[in-house]
Design a protein around this ligand. Structure first.
Ligand code: GLA
Length: 424
């Protein structure tokens, strides 16, 4: 597996200094950075990695931009087209090679692509990392952070994924903060705003300090696999969809406008056919559950299936604007898991207009009747409330008793509930 192999080659200079008796804490205290004011709602877009890995090029990217601009995704709120690892020219240590785009894959360069994305009302993201090499072995940004941030800005880049490749698991937090803080500071010095994603496998309690360093989103776990509920972790490493949801429980309080828990790129629609990502695929119901839960917890919504060839179920899932509205709600409050018993779970979140979003998740096999009680589950004083089903796009009526719905195996029924005031 590419990631773990890459770790063997890693040595960040800050850490090497630290383990050799340097003073990383002093470095970290210099990392005073402020927010860039971006990503006030979770970034929505597409990333190349899950489906294409290193097999990316200008034609694929331009066709993907065209697809997003015309298939309803842009109108539903998707903005970012993110190049992941593999856009770079050289493999090997940065000290031996410059950072530049592969001239065969990207013959007109990256600025050309970002101009194209911008001309279609979209944005372009790019990928690098704080080591000598990235996870797939391309040149990283170590020691060249200012230069690279300026390069990305000059290319009109709008989003940077900066990937530690799961290294530094047990390093002092100050070391990891210095690593990400150095790039964050370099990005903040650019006139062009660049959303900053710190990809660090959910280690070093990154959610506790990332926002303070100007980081807009951070991965909460290792890489996702294209599975709904694989027993254990594939290859002892990957998290399936339910693992990722479990991983986020308790982390909700760290997210808010401008700084989000990132549950990883979505696998919606991959169907076990990705050239690179492991996993057996999931059913359409399971992919809907995945999309619903990512929306409920305010994860970035980064699709990764081939946008040029989406089937109608996948496109319908990705463009459900009533579900997307929960993710993009201006209050920016991630859902909490308010109840969990026997594989039946209730998630809920407040929305800016005073309504609530509720997801009833059935992790088990038998179909279940699931009930929520607005008083007991959500501590609401409401006497009457309206229920809207966000997958069936239907108002289901007004209730003054607990609401019960039938939920099939692996489904999440998602509702928006609103108080009916006494004078109405
Ligand atoms: C790591 C990341 C992935 C992807 C690859 C690229 O595994 O977690 O999301 O960016 O690196 O090499």
């Amino acid at each position: 597996m590419r990631i773990r192999a890459a770790l063997l080659f890693f040595c960040f200079s800050l850490t090497c200094a630290a383990t050799g008796g340097g003073a990383p804490a002093a470095v970290a205290t210099e990392q005073k950075v402020t927010s860039n004011g971006l990503a006030l709602t979770p970034p929505m877009g597409w990333s190349s990695w899950n489906n294409f890995a290193e097999n990316i090029n200008e034609t694929l990217l331009m066709e993907t931009i065209d697809a997003m601009a015309t298939n309803g995704m842009r109108d539903a709120g998707y903005q970012y087209i993110n190049l992941d690892d593999g856009w770079q020219h050289y493999k090997g240590n940065r000290r031996d090679h410059p950072l530049e785009a592969d001239p065969v894959k990207f013959p007109h360069g990256i600025r050309y692509l970002s101009d194209y994305a911008h001309s279609k009302g979209l944005k372009l993201g790019i990928y690098s990392g704080p080591g000598q090499m990235t996870c797939a072995g391309y040149t990283g940004s170590e020691g060249h952070e200012k230069e690279d941030a300026a390069l990305f800005a000059s290319w009109g880049i709008d989003h940077l994924k900066y990937d530690s490749c799961c290294s530094h698991k047990d390093a002092p937090k100050a070391v990891v903060q210095a690593i990400f803080g150095t790039m964050s500071k370099a990005l903040l010095a650019q006139k062009h705003g660049i959303v900053f994603h710190a990809c660090h496998c959910g280690w070093s309690d990154i959610w506790e300090w990332a926002a303070g360093l100007g980081i807009n989103h951070w991965r909460i776990g290792q890489d996702i696999s294209d599975d709904f509920d694989y027993p254990g972790n594939r290859e002892g490493y990957y998290f399936d969809i339910l693992d990722m949801i479990d991983r986020g429980v308790g982390l909700e309080k760290y997210a808010g406008p401008g700084h989000w828990n990132d549950y990883d790129m979505m696998v919606v629609g991959l169907k076990g056919k990705s050239a690179d990502l492991v996993g057996a695929g999931a059913s359409n119901v399971e992919y809907r559950t995945h999309f619903s839960l990512w929306a409920m917890v305010n994860s970035p919504l980064l699709a990764s299936a081939d946008l040029r060839h989406l089937d109608s179920d996948t496109l319908e899932t990705l463009t459900n604007t009533e579900i997307i509205a929960l993710n993009q709600d201006p209050l920016g409050k991630p859902a909490q898991r308010v109840r969990s018993a026997g594989g039946l779970e209730v998630f809920a979140k407040e929305l800016a207009d005073g309504s609530m979003a509720v997801a009833l998740l059935n992790r088990g096999s038998p179909t279940a009747d699931m009930t929520f009680n607005v008083h007991k589950d959500f501590n609401l004083p409401w006497t009457r409330y309206q229920v809207r089903d966000l997958w069936r796009h239907k108002d289901l009526g007004i209730y003054d008793i607990p609401y019960t719905a039938e939920v099939i195996s692996h489904e999440a029924r998602v509702f928006r509930i609103s108080e009916i005031k006494a004078d109405r």
